[in-house]
Design a protein around this ligand. Structure first.
Ligand SMILES: NC(=O)c1ccc[n+]([C@@H]2O[C@H](COP(=O)([O-])OP(=O)(O)OC[C@H]3O[C@@H](n4cnc5c(N)ncnc54)[C@H](O)[C@@H]3O)[C@@H](O)[C@H]2O)c1
Length: 465
């Protein structure tokens, strides 16, 4: 089956690669020429330096015969004559901190698509096409997409919803072996198209293949993200805080006590300085906005958002509050710029808020390192006041050497093994701030070697001299 993608970013590229791997013929149209050139390069390094997602490079290269990326609309126009489905994978950012979804990019793309669809088969479209929202959109978005198509005179089409539940860093693995596929449609014709797209999952005993209405699919996506996000906020703001405020509680032991209750389960039971990424915060704020428009109270959602922000503020304030520490003139080392391991995505990463905080504190220099996200981070701060203090270096060692405060802001697995490098190279008397408890097994040893440690989920740990 021929499938067109509008938008080839994290979601579009991963979904398109998996569609091609399922045997479909796929064209990805994206206005970003650099993205198109990188993803169609056939060169794994080039693909991954642009979009670092485990397995994506191999999958794109393996399926080169069935997937093409283009920024030429004329190619999409030719392709659409025989396409049976169009996935909309466009950004749907928040509008100016209001929680409202800014649909301008989506709607512009939808109007471009409408232009192509009206010209299909010389204006006599014999083939039915399903337009599928994969972007995260408001619950009643299906009506808006239909309106745009009808206003342009598009005929013989349906609109469905297929929210994306991918976990960045595991997007390919998660799409090839998903736990669930949720498709929203309001006709049997549209469900049948979805079954053709996802043939390999429909009858699979390992996959929950769920057919619901488009609004249920969208609401389900937003609610799933809110529930996961609230779980993280609970773990940071209540479980972690208890462990910080009472001595004699080891976070990892409390965690074991909790997760061995099958009703609680283990997802989200880690401590962190912040839950970032492109989805949790945006989706919770969108849900709250949509509820407010309907006149409902949103205190609980607002509190979850506030708890997440409070966690970052608390963590960063601890050096001054607990050690009377002065940041001015200090060299800071920041490890982990992506919002989490295995991605180069920096959207809402803890590193951003941490850097902004440091730039208000008159520090001398901020040395930063990340295995994948360095360039995206630098792009984010380019032109930012104080950006000249930021120095992207090529290894953990360069961050650790000649540093007054070492801050860990992301959970790249290799950071767990940094104790040896720290013991040999971090000046004695330096402060370690572990925002991900990456060194939890080594806190005693590090204190013994002369470092003060502030970690989420632990009281202040003073150097034993
Ligand atoms: N990233 C995630 O983990 C994730 C997970 C689930 C859902 N989502 C949702 O999926 C959607 C896309 O997210 P993403 O992370 O892939 O965003 P992204 O910014 O990585 O990708 C979006 C792509 O759309 C392209 N684009 C913009 N305007 C276009 C146009 N007119 N025509 C064609 N292409 C155009 C951009 O160039 C960009 O490459 C959002 O609604 C997001 O909330 C994201």
């Amino acid at each position: 089956m021929k499938i067109l993608y509008f938008g080839g970013g994290f979601v579009g590229a991963c979904s398109a690669a998996v569609s091609a791997d399922s045997g479909h013929e796929v064209l990805v149209y994206d206005i970003n020429q650099e993205l198109v050139n990188s993803l169609s390069s056939g060169d794994k390094d080039k693909i991954e330096s642009y979009l670092f997602e485990k397995g994506l490079g191999d999958l794109l290269i393996r399926n080169q015969a069935r997937i093409k990326f283009t920024f030429a609309l004329a190619e999409a126009e030719k392709f659409i004559d025989e396409a049976e489905a169009v996935f909309m994978c466009l950004p749907t950012p928040e509008r100016d901190g209001t929680g409202e979804t800014n649909l301008e990019i989506y709607e512009n793309a939808a109007r471009t698509l409408a232009g192509l669809l009206t010209k299909r088969n010389q204006g006599k479209p014999s083939r039915y096409v399903l337009i599928i929202n994969k972007s995260t959109v408001p619950i009643d978005m299906i009506n808006r997409t239909k309106e745009i198509m009808l206003a342009s005179g598009v005929k013989n089409f349906g609109v469905g919803s297929n929210p994306e539940f991918l976990v960045e860093g595991k997007a390919i693995e998660g799409s090839i072996r998903p736990a669930r596929v949720v498709v929203g449609a309001d006709s049997q014709t549209d469900f049948a198209i979805f079954r053709n797209i996802y043939g390999r999952f429909v009858e699979s005993s390992n996959v929950s293949y769920l057919e619901v209405s488009p609004a249920e699919a969208e609401a389900g996506k937003l609610l799933a993200n809110y529930i996961l996000f609230s779980r993280l906020a609970n773990c940071f703001d209540v479980v972690g805080r208890i462990c910080e405020k009472f001595s004699g509680l080891q976070f990892e032991n409390i965690r074991k006590v909790l997760i061995t209750d099958g009703r609680i389960g283990d997802w989200g039971f880690y401590d962190s300085l912040f839950a970032g990424g492109s989805c949790f915060i945006k989706d919770a704020r969108s849900l709250a906005h949509q509820l407010k428009v309907k006149g409902a109270e949103t205190d609980l959602i607002d509190d979850v958002l506030a708890a997440n922000q409070r966690q970052l503020n608390n963590f960063l304030a601890r050096a001054e509050a607990e050690l009377n520490f002065s940041w001015a003139g200090k060299t800071v080392g920041l490890l982990g710029l992506a919002f989490k391991q295995d991605t180069n995505d920096i959207r809402n990463a803890a590193s951003l808020g941490t850097t902004e905080f440091l730039l208000t504190k008159a520090v001398k220099q901020i040395k930063v390192y990340d295995p994948a996200a360095g360039n995206n981070y630098l792009k984010y701060f380019s032109g930012h006041k104080g950006a000249e203090k930021i120095n992207l270096v090529g290894s953990e060692l360069e961050v650790i050497k000649e540093t007054d405060i070492l801050i860990i802001t992301a959970d790249w697995p290799q950071f767990r093994g940094l104790d040896g490098l720290i013991l040999e190279n971090l000046p004695k008397g330096a402060l370690i701030m572990d925002g991900r408890r990456m060194l939890a097994q080594k806190y005693d040893e590090l204190m013994g070697a002369g470092y003060d440690i502030i970690a989420v989920g632990s009281p202040l740990m003073k150097a034993k001299l």
